[in-house]
Design a protein. Structure first.
Lengths: 393, 378
């Protein structure tokens, strides 16, 4: 292949805006749709090509060590690659649960054999991972999870149920929290990697209020998992999980695609007054307010990337960023429905445009933003205790 | 915190140390007790000028450092932490920028070196009505021989009793409400027929009312071109807004930190009140607002330094967010302190009053949301 990514002498990419070697069909698209939905990604040859290009260049996981399939670059250089891709209107095609959450966790907690087995396929974007953490009785209070894991010689036997497992119906593997000791809460949890093709694993999609089936329930019935698939040792899983959740919060708060301004669509649907302003004065001010705060949020993402890159600070705490971003997106989805009026109430059929139908589904789906990845309330707890140092009750 | 240069880091450390030692919160109480209507401590301002802060955006040839708006913001943020009152924003930032961009050689030579040295204060005489709205300028400047005759009232003029000169927005054509037809003049405050009266307000900003009862100015007093002062005025106000927003960010951050410290020491129901989730979550939300505001402030200062096309929008974004955030934090400061926060002895009231004063100066959050919306095509 003669194609290559232009780079400066430090091995950092240099693209002018809009000139990333990404297919025009992909430019500006929401990377989340591809990286969280295996079926969606497989169906799009443009996405597959972009993924191969980036992986062949060694940038599937740019800042992981070369011996585990990474690019061997510094964290700073990895941040630059991400930033340049976003600046150029592209996105990193391997920002999956494996690359964002599991890989960095394995680098810290897995033994050498496990690292060599599990990390390189993640760097190449070959394996789809899902996250088996939440259970019907363990949501925000994650450590109360009950999925049973019993010692059976050279195997573990797993029984229980997970829920809200994103993409489990398309996943190859699951990183899972299981209970190996029922006498201690956090101290009885272990971190286990389970092949989704194992006998006794069943993933059932959950239909949400938006009609989508991104989340699944996963049932484990006498699933046999080899002993060597446990990470960090028996009953040591809570430390591993806490680290992974930090990576998750970081990924949720970074690299979001910019949203299109609401102004043009509001003028079209709501109409304008004699001075050319959106005719509904109250709606107009709320749209402006959301636009302004969203801009400050995007400035905050850039500032955070710049500070991390320069090593001068951690930037905005991710628990605060996550709540700000989720709240603004939810408010925007609400405003969009209000702007669309009667045309924002369609469910399906030709009487509504695809854009209108998507806006409706997006509004319904947006209610998940402040629940998944640690709810609004959990993020505020984290900010209060870990960032502000407020005392525990 | 932005990624600062080494010089900016030194500047910030110097401003932080000076403000904590030479201009702590108590200094503001003394200014209030003075009753001289100046609204700031002249000795303290002289020290600021000695540190070079009055000349940060003034070109080197006029005795300044030409160090940029972000550097000015770094200093203002630290001064804001102790609610330090000074004419830096009106004189050394906004007026200096107006002179630098449009002043005649004579005006520059007459005023810029003195501004940079802290020897002269040049203020802005813009506002007239109950709220900030430059386009509504009514004060007339009528052709009179080779010069102009001014009649009308300006209020509030910040640090107006101490100012040695003022940049005045006057209408030379059109009607109040027209954006065009405004001319900027620079006039010394000892001009004949200019009468000044102090406005006693809730907090120190040295406000005064200026009555121009037929003040005559020569053509050399015009800053820029006749009838075309609008864009220059907008640039000066962008500077004032971004600089004030930086100062407000410092004030709001300090108010937040004082409150946080109280949550970690005050006990009720046998425990620290900071352990209550209701208060923890409110504190967490405030942190998010402060972070958003910091991003907006730093972006506005950078846009000014780059003279970027989106400077107007970003200055309004910073001022609106700083107004909302500072008022909110100051209100929570009182509520979370309870009764003690209502007392004059406690500092919470100083923050509450300053938040309202700062928000009203150069346009409140509502004004800047409207301006942003107009600029963004809403």
């Amino acid at each position: 292949m003669t194609w290559r990514i232009p780079a400066n002498r430090h091995g950092e990419p240099r693209w002018a805006h809009g000139s990333a070697p990404i297919s025009p069909e992909l430019a500006g698209k929401n990377p989340y749709r591809y990286t969280s939905d295996g079926a969606y990604a497989d169906a799009d040859p443009d996405f597959q090509l972009w993924l191969r290009r980036v992986v062949d260049h060694g940038w599937g996981a740019p800042s992981w060590p070369v011996e585990y399939g990474g690019g061997g670059l510094s964290a700073r250089q990895g941040a630059i690659i991400n930033e340049e891709m976003i600046n150029a209107g592209a996105f990193h095609p391997n920002r999956t649960y494996g690359e964002m959450m599991l890989g960095p966790t394995l680098l810290e907690f897995a033994d050498e054999v496990q690292k060599r087995r599990f990390i390189p396929p993640i760097a190449r974007g070959e394996v789809r991972w899902c996250q088996g953490f939440s259970e019907p009785g363990a949501g925000s209070d994650l450590a109360s999870l009950q999925t049973k894991c019993i010692d059976d010689g050279d195997h573990w036997i797993v029984n229980g149920q997970k829920i809200w497992t994103s993409g489990a119906n398309h996943a190859d593997w699951c990183f899972c929290l299981v209970r190996t000791d029922t006498t201690r809460k956090q101290g009885g949890i272990s971190f286990l990697l389970i092949d989704m093709k194992s006998a006794g694993v069943e993933a059932r999609p959950i239909t949400l209020i938006s009609g989508t089936t991104h989340f699944c329930e996963v049932f484990f019935s006498d699933v046999r998992v080899p002993k060597e698939n446990m990470i960090g040792g028996v009953n040591q899983g809570w430390s591993v999980a806490k680290r992974l959740l930090q990576f998750e919060r970081g990924s949720l708060a970074s690299g979001r695609a910019e949203e299109a301004p609401l102004g043009p669509i509001a003028r079209k649907h709501v109409g304008v007054d004699s001075q050319g302003r959106i005719a509904d004065a109250d709606l107009r001010m709320r749209v402006i307010q959301n636009d302004m705060r969203l801009r400050a949020y995007e400035q905050s993402l850039r500032r955070t990337r710049a500070e991390v890159k320069a090593g001068t600070g951690p930037g905005v705490p991710v628990s605060a960023l996550k709540n700000l971003g989720a709240g603004l997106s939810q408010e925007r989805a609400e405003l969009m429905i209000e702007i669309l009026g009667q045309r924002g109430l369609g469910w399906e059929g030709d009487a509504f445009t695809p854009e209108e139908l998507e806006a409706t589904r997006n509004w319904l789906h947006s209610k998940a933003y402040s629940i998944y990845g640690g709810s609004y309330e959990v993020q505020n707890n984290i900010t209060a205790k870990r960032v502000l140092g407020l005392p525990s009750a | 915190m932005a990624v600062l240069t080494e010089e900016q880091n030194l500047l910030r450390d110097a401003a932080e140390a000076w403000a904590q030692e030479r201009s702590p919160l108590g200094a503001l109480r003394k200014i209030r007790a003075n009753g001289d209507g100046l609204g700031f401590d002249a000795q303290a301002f002289a020290e600021m000028a000695e540190m070079g802060w009055a000349g940060i955006v003034v070109p080197e040839e006029f005795g300044g450092a030409d160090f940029g708006f972000h550097s000015m913001g770094v200093v203002l943020e630290q001064l804001g932490r102790t609610l330090t009152a000074s004419p830096l924003i009106v004189s050394s930032l906004a007026a200096a920028t107006g002179l630098k961009r449009a002043g005649s050689a004579a005006l520059k030579q007459a005023w810029l070196p003195k501004i940079a040295a802290g020897e002269a204060i040049v203020t802005l005489a813009i506002d007239e009505g109950v709220r900030h709205n430059p386009a509504a300028t009514e004060l007339r400047a009528k052709k009179s021989g080779a010069g102009f005759k001014l009649s009308g009232v300006k209020r509030p003029v910040l640090f107006g009793m101490a100012a040695h000169a003022a940049i005045i927005a006057a209408r030379t054509s059109g009607e109040p409400g027209d954006e065009a037809g405004i001319t900027l003049f620079l006039a010394p405050t000892d001009a004949a027929k200019l009468s000044r009266a102090p406005l006693i307000e809730i907090e120190a900003r040295g406000a005064a009312a200026y009555d121009f009862g037929g003040v005559t100015l020569g053509p050399e007093a015009v800053l820029g071109a006749v009838d075309e002062g609008g864009p220059l005025l907008e640039r000066m106000l962008d500077c004032a807004c971004a600089g004030l927003a930086a100062q407000m960010l410092g004030s709001a951050s300090a108010a937040f930190e004082i409150t946080l410290a109280y949550l970690k020491t005050r006990k009720q129901f046998g425990q620290l009140i900071g352990a209550f989730q209701a208060l923890q979550h409110r504190a967490s939300v405030l942190l998010g607002e402060l972070e958003l505001t910091r991003s907006a402030v730093e972006s506005a200062l950078d846009a000014l330094d780059a003279d970027a096309p989106e400077t107007h929008e970003l200055a309004s974004l910073a001022k609106a967010l700083a107004g909302d955030t500072f008022r909110r934090v100051a209100g929570e400061m009182i509520q979370m302190h309870g009764g003690i926060g209502m007392t004059d002895e406690h500092d919470a009231g100083l923050f509450l009053k300053r938040a309202r004063i700062d928000d009203m100066s150069f346009g409140g959050a509502g004004y800047h949301r409207e301006r942003y919306g107009r600029l963004a095509g809403y």
